[in-house]
Write a protein that binds this ligand. Structure first.
Ligand SMILES: C[S@@+](CC[C@H](N)C(=O)[O-])C[C@H]1O[C@@H](n2cnc3c(N)ncnc32)[C@H](O)[C@@H]1O
Length: 232
């Protein structure tokens, strides 16, 4: 599917997340050995929320980042937004204290300068136009607002490369097929990672739309990156 572009890719992504929504959280925990919980904590720490901060969790899926934001800053105003209804439905809990919003990352239904921080987890490699998605996040951020992006990234070649390849191309699709019955959804993960920008390229795009103080770090043997920046 990595050959798909434009609206075709968007429809494919929406359909894919609709099909795996019921197994999404479990697969995340298994694929990352539970490490995603740690990365989410770091993403929210880097968003540096003050007690009345407003935060947008974009491409929120089942809402784990939104939940972590409220765990770290219970009085923050949090909005979880996604364009796949099934993911939000699968994640929604009666105990949640944040709002859900149907939103396309490329045309956000929010006014300029509404949020103190925008975070996203595993969204950016799915959007059909990463520059436009960054422009929209920049637009809805207040001056001094922060962006933090968590996503998979192409690992650099090293001694572990063969093991990483086996994990990404054999173990994850096998596990995904077993648990969700949707093999293509879990071959999409390595394929979309390889087709996505390198960590350096993503940082350069953030700079191109105007973000400053940009940085990133790699985790999980270089297969995951956390990027951050500020709208000064
Ligand atoms: C891999 S899931 C990540 C969910 C969650 N953020 C997490 O950290 O686990 C990617 C999510 O991005 C959403 N998504 C992809 N493209 C989008 C777009 N253009 N606008 C809004 N949401 C999008 C999908 O519907 C899906 O729920």
């Amino acid at each position: 599917m990595t050959n798909l572009t434009g609206p075709e890719k968007s429809r494919y992504v929406q359909d894919l997340f609709t099909r795996i929504a019921h197994r999404y959280d479990l697969m995340n925990r298994l694929m990352t050995g539970g490490q995603d919980i740690r990365w989410r904590k770091e993403v929210i720490r880097r968003a540096a929320l003050h007690p009345h901060a407003s935060l947008l969790d974009l491409g929120a899926g089942t809402g784990d980042l939104a939940r972590e934001a409220l765990a770290q800053q219970p009085t923050a105003h949090v909005t979880a937004a996604d364009f796949t209804l099934a993911m939000m439905r699968a994640g929604r809990k009666d105990t949640d204290h944040f709002g859900w919003s149907a939103a396309d990352a490329l045309r956000l239904p929010f006014p300029n300068e509404q949020f103190d921080a925008v975070v996203s987890g595993f969204l950016m490699r799915n959007v059909i136009d990463s520059l436009q998605a960054l422009r929209e996040q920049f637009r809805v951020l207040k001056p001094k607002g922060r962006i933090v992006i968590l996503d998979t990234t192409r690992p650099k070649k090293n001694l572990l490369s063969p093991f990483i390849w086996v994990h990404m191309h054999l173990i994850i699709p096998a596990l995904g097929t077993l648990l969700s019955g949707q093999r293509d959804a879990y071959t999409y993960l390595p394929d979309s990672t390889e087709a996505f920008l390198s960590a350096e390229e993503l940082a350069a795009r953030m700079a191109a739309v105007g973000f400053k103080q940009i940085g990133f770090k790699r985790v999980m043997f270089g297969t995951i990156a956390i990027h951050w920046g500020e709208k000064l």
